[in-house]
Design a protein around this ligand. Structure first.
Ligand code: MN3
Length: 244
């Protein structure tokens, strides 16, 4: 019995010593690690899920384009953005805040921050149940600003078709609540202080070749015509109300 007690005590001691020896350095590492992980989780931007299947926008936007566009291009913007802001003051700043002073930051933050934000909007303002026209206040505002919905479509398509090289066409709401059609090069957007025309985007179309080339090749205007078939007007209207 005494022997068992001694063994028990010795074993317990060994366990306690082992634990404290193990815990001290581990605890420190664990704290550091935990800190890093927690910060990292806070800092990291993540690729949003598509709100529909890759083939859901067929026949207007093909499955393969959606797979590459979302899974490769958008993912790359997210990864490169995270790399560009890691350990900087921008790591915990919302993109919209960064855009306000975009001219002060690097091209990597501008291209990849814009790329992430723009595509996040793009996936959401499309839907397999989209198309048609908006209704209510947004339709009234479009008709009042552009004379008719058809005129607005023409102006928007023209903005997309005439944007030289890569970029985006937008419908934005300015500080006075007025609608404007505009376009930006590369991954810029109208929230950025570098944009010629600034405002809050409520609708945007990606006119980079990667958005349409597999299905439409060089026929950007045809892609733009078909884009209207997948616009999620409920989401655009929601953004219109938010922006005002
Ligand atoms: Mn794109």
């Amino acid at each position: 019995m005494k022997q068992i007690n001694t063994i028990r005590t010795v074993s317990l001691l060994i366990v306690v010593i082992a634990l404290s020896a193990w815990q001290l350095p581990i605890k420190e590492t664990a704290n550091n690690k935990k800190g890093d992980i927690a910060m990292t989780q806070q800092e990291k931007h993540v690729l949003p899920d598509l709100p529909y299947a890759h083939d859901a926008l067929e026949p207007y936007i093909d499955k393969r384009t959606m797979e590459i566009h979302h899974g490769k291009h958008h993912q790359a913007y997210v990864n490169n953005l995270n790399n560009a802001i890691e350990g900087t003051e921008l790591a915990n700043m919302p993109l919209e805040e960064i855009f306000k002073n975009m001219s002060q930051y690097s091209a990597a933050v501008r291209n990849n921050g814009g790329g992430h934000w723009n595509h996040d909007l793009f996936w959401k303002i499309m839907s397999p149940d989209g198309g048609g026209k908006p209704s209510g206040e947004l339709l009234a505002a479009i008709e009042s600003r552009f004379s008719s919905f058809e005129n607005f479509q023409e102006e928007f398509n023209r903005a997309g078709a005439t944007r030289f090289g890569s970029g985006w066409a937008w419908l934005i709401v300015d500080d006075q609540g007025e609608l404007h059609v505009t376009s930006t090069p590369n991954q810029d957007n109208p929230l950025m202080d570098v944009a010629d025309v600034q405002g809050h985007p409520i609708l945007g179309v990606d006119v980079w070749e990667h958005a349409y080339y597999l299905k439409y090749q060089n026929r950007r205007p045809e892609y733009l015509d078909n884009f209207w078939e997948v616009i999620n007007w409920d989401e655009v209207s929601r953004r219109y109300q938010d922006a005002r």
